[in-house]
Design a protein around this ligand. Structure first.
Ligand code: NAD
Ligand code: WQD
Length: 346
C-alpha cells in the first residue's frame, strides 16, 4: 500500500480535521478542493498544528482531466470523499447545482478511481438518508426513507450508486458513513467551521450570537412532539467523527465490500438544552425567541451507534461540554473564521 490518501473537500470543515488526523497518523495526503466553500488558510492551520502540510490541488471533482493527472502523479491508496455542496435551502432553490456537483462529481471521481485501479473509498453520507425516521434511535437497519430535500436525495443517490458499483465489481471497498450532527472544533482552537454568510446550522449560529456577529437565535418551533417542544439531534464532535473515518479505512482494507455505519453518539439534545449548555460552558448569554418550524425539519434524530462500536471498535468519546468548549475556543480565537488570518502566501 502506498500510504497516500486523496481527500476531496480537504480544505472544508470536516475535511480539514480529517487531513490533520491522517497526517498525524503518518499518512501522505493530497487535498483536492475547489475552495467554493472554504479557504486555503485552513491547511496553513493544519501545518501549524502538526508541522506537516498536505499537497494541495485547487480544482474540481467534476474535472476528469485534472483527476486523471492527480491519480497519475500520486500513488493514491484510498479516497476520503468530502467534496460536495451541503446547504439544504439552496438545494431546494437550485437542485441542478446539487445534482451536478454532488452526484455527477462523485461519478466522475469513481470513474477515474476505477481507471487508476484505486478502490478504497470512504464517503461522507448523512443521517438525512433516513428521511422522517420510522424509529428512534436510528440504526443502520432503520428503513432508508425519501430524504426531505434535494441535498439529502443526492446523498441517497450516491449511496445507491456505490452499492451498485460494489455489487458489480468486488474490488471496491466502500464505507458509507452516515453522520449525525457534526459540531465542535480541534482542541487547539486553530481549526474549526467557517460558514460563509449567515449560518444554517444551530451551533455556528449560536456561536455567532455569542460573539456578537448576530443578534439573537431564532428557535425553529416549540411545538415539536418532544419533551420541551424543540428539535432533538445527536451532536457529534468533529474530531470523534474523523477518528471514525480512520477506523473505517482500516476496516475496509481488511474486510472487502461495502459497509454502512452511523457516526453519532447515541444521545440526543434539544435546542433548548444546547442553548442552556452553551451558556453554562461559555458564560455567554444567548438571546433567543421562538419562530415557526423550519420546513423539512424532523422532530428528532439520534443514532444507535452500536454497529460502529462492534465492528470497528469506534465510539464517540467527547462530551457535549467538550464540543461546546472547543467550538467557543475556535470562535473566540477566530471571530471571522479563517478570514481572521492573513492571506496565505503558499
Ligand atoms: P464544507 O463545505 O466545509 O466542505 C466541503 C468542501 O468541499 C469545501 O471545502 C468545498 O470548497 C469543497 N467542494 C465542494 N464542491 C466541490 C467540488 N465540486 N470540487 C472540489 N471541491 C469541492 O462541508 P463539511 O461540513 O466539511 O462537509 C463535508 C461533507 O460531509 C459534505 O459532503 C457534506 O455533505 C457531508 N456532511 C456534512 C454534515 C455537516 O453537518 N457538516 C453532515 C452530514 C454530511
Ligand atoms: C439542528 C436543530 C433546527 C438553526 C442539517 C441538515 C442535515 C445535515 C446537518 C448534512 C434543529 C434547530 C437550527 C437555527 C434552530 N447536513 N435550529 N435555529 O437540521 O439536524 O441538519 O445539518 O448532511 O442534512 O438538514 O441541523 O444544525 O440545522 O439544526 O432552532 O437557527 O436546531 O430546527 O432542530 P439539522 P441544524
Amino acid at each position: 500500500m502506498s500510504n497516500t490518501v486523496l481527500v476531496t473537500g480537504g480544505a472544508g470543515y470536516i475535511g480539514s480535521h480529517a487531513v490533520l488526523a491522517l497526517l498525524q497518523n503518518g499518512k501522505n495526503v493530497v487535498v483536492l478542493d475547489n475552495l467554493s466553500n472554504s479557504l486555503r488558510a485552513a491547511l496553513d492551520h493544519v501545518e501549524n498544528i502538526c508541522g506537516k502540510r498536505p499537497v494541495f490541488v485547487e480544482g474540481d471533482i467534476r474535472d476528469s482531466a485534472l483527476l486523471d493527472q492527480v491519480f497519475s502523479e500520486h500513488a493514491i491508496e484510498a479516497v476520503f470523499h468530502f467534496a460536495g455542496l451541503k446547504a439544504v435551502g439552496e438545494s431546494v432553490r437550485e437542485p441542478e447545482k446539487y445534482y451536478d456537483n454532488n452526484v455527477a462529481g462523485t461519478l466522475t471521481l469513481l470513474k477515474t478511481m476505477n481507471q487508476h485501479g484505486v478502490f478504497n473509498f470512504v464517503f461522507s453520507s448523512s443521517a438525512t438518508v433516513y428521511g422522517c425516521p420510522s424509529e428512534m434511535p436510528i440504526s443502520e437497519e432503520t428503513k432508508v426513507e425519501r430524504p426531505t430535500n434535494p441535498y439529502g436525495r443526492t446523498k441517497l443517490i450516491i449511496e445507491d450508486m456505490l452499492r451498485d458499483f460494489s455489487d458489480a465489481d468486488e474490488r471496491w471497498n466502500i464505507a458509507l458513513l452516515r453522520y449525525f450532527n457534526p459540531i465542535g472544533a480541534h482542541e487547539s482552537g486553530l481549526l474549526g467551521e467557517h460558514p460563509q454568510g449567515i449560518p444554517n446550522n444551530l451551533l455556528p449560529y449560536i456561536s455567532q450570537v455569542a460573539i456578537g456577529t448576530l443578534k439573537e437565535l431564532k428557535v425553529f418551533g416549540n411545538d415539536h412532539p418532544t419533551p420541551d417542544g424543540t428539535g432533538i439531534r445527536d451532536y457529534i464532535h468533529v474530531v470523534d467523527l474523523v477518528e471514525g473515518h480512520l477506523k473505517a479505512l482500516d476496516f475496509i482494507c481488511e474486510h472487502k465490500g461495502l459497509h454502512t455505519w452511523n457516526l453519532g453518539t447515541g444521545t440526543g439534545y434539544s435546542v433548548i438544552e444546547i442553548i442552556d449548555s452553551f451558556e453554562q460552558v461559555t458564560g455567554q448569554n444567548i438571546p433567543y425567541s421562538f419562530t415557526e418550524r423550519r420546513a423539512g425539519d424532523v422532530a428528532e434524530s439520534w443514532s444507535n451507534p452500536a454497529k460502529a462500536k462492534v465492528e470497528m471498535n469506534w465510539v464517540a468519546s467527547r462530551t457535549l461540554e467538550d464540543m461546546i468548549r472547543d467550538t467557543w475556543r475556535w470562535q473566540s480565537n477566530y471571530p471571522a473564521g479563517y478570514a481572521s488570518t492573513p492571506t496565505p502566501t503558499h
